[in-house]
Design a binder for this molecule. Structure first.
Ligand code: C5P
Length: 228
């Protein structure tokens, strides 16, 4: 019998170490990797380009219906496309950093992306991957609550700010986290039963190894509840 398909959900605040470690794990375990922050960022960029205010829920929602979105697999990563194009560095601009959490709080935006994001499990199977690793804020709580493994990452504020600075990014991570935690629909939270990893003092390699050991041992038991 072939190996069974594994679904790995990774959540956490900005710069908590989700993307880099999820990418490493996708390589090692032959999983399709999906960064859902880039979905919200791409839509936010399109909204700003269209001259729509990010807090104008009605205009953002009706504009969304006009944007054709799709997916493209590049190596081990699946990316969202807008009008058949993958967006680049523009989605990491200061303007997008400042607006993304406002757009991501709109329930219709989340509903729109929920359907899209759940579709990546079939895409991973059809494309011959051994599983899917998806990272974001609500993957283990809303998108794939039945994932085989659900991780929740966190790190000290100062360390997270240092990481962004090293990347040369102007990013108010504290403000984004606050908005992401406070929104009514699918807030950033440590899902019940998720495995928590404090990445403050760990290298990316150490975190990835820890996740790999857990997945390979099949021990998906959660540790103590996260307090934040
Ligand atoms: O992961 P990243 O920091 O690029 O995410 C950008 C923003 O997208 C987050 O601050 C959050 O507002 C939104 N987001 C979300 N749900 C996800 C992923 C990202 O609300 N699953």
């Amino acid at each position: 019998m072939g190996k069974s398909f594994i679904l790995v959900a990774v959540d956490g605040g900005a710069a908590s170490g989700k993307s880099s470690t999820s990418k490493i794990l996708s390589e090692r375990l032959k999983l399709l990797y999906v960064n859902t922050g880039s979905h919200y960022r791409s839509l936010t960029w399109a909204v700003l380009q269209a001259g729509i205010q990010p807090d104008d829920d009605a205009s953002v929602s009706s504009y969304l219906e006009t944007i054709p979105i799709g997916t493209i697999v590049e190596g081990r990563e699946a990316r969202i496309t807008l009008e058949s194009k993958v967006l680049g560095d523009e989605i990491r601009s200061e303007a997008v950093n400042n607006a993304v959490s406002i757009v991501a709080a709109i329930p219709e935006v989340r509903q729109f992306l929920l359907k899209h994001q759940r579709g990546y499990a079939d895409l991973a199977k059809e494309s011959g991957f051994e599983g899917l690793i998806m990272e974001g804020r609500d993957i283990g709580s809303i998108i794939f609550p039945d994932a085989n493994f659900r991780f929740f990452m966190f790190a000290d504020e100062a360390e997270r700010a240092r990481r962004r600075e090293l990347e040369g990014q102007v990013d108010s991570i504290q403000k984004r986290d606050q908005l992401d935690k406070q929104r009514k629909t699918a807030p950033l939270t440590c899902p019940d039963g998720a495995i928590k990893i404090d990445t403050t003092h760990l290298t990316l390699e150490k975190v990835a190894q820890k996740m790999q050991d857990i997945v390979q041992s099949g021990n998906n038991m959660a540790n103590e509840p996260h307090k934040s």
